[in-house]
Design a protein around this ligand. Sequence first.
Ligand SMILES: [Zn+2]
Ligand SMILES: [Zn+2]
Length: 88
Amino acid sequence: MALELRPNCEYCDKDLPPASTEAQICSYECTFCADCVDNILYNVCPNCGGGFVPRPSAFIYRIVKTTSPHTVVEAKTFRPLTDDGRDG
Ligand SMILES: [Zn+2]
Ligand SMILES: [Zn+2]
């Protein structure tokens, strides 16, 4: 399945065109609108637990250019830090 760039907020489906200044992305490129990030998500990505940064308008074009059929965005599992389980 090809990666599909989302031009909408993943939460409320608000339009976030390339020129939009409301688009916020996390480090895994989950896309949300500023309204949801501020008021609903509290700057924490519900998919990966990361923080958000404003999406530069050029960013969307870079993704399109670099996306290949083999590109897969993997949401890595965040493991809680524990004191035990260390490798000696
Ligand atoms: Zn939204
Ligand atoms: Zn995310």
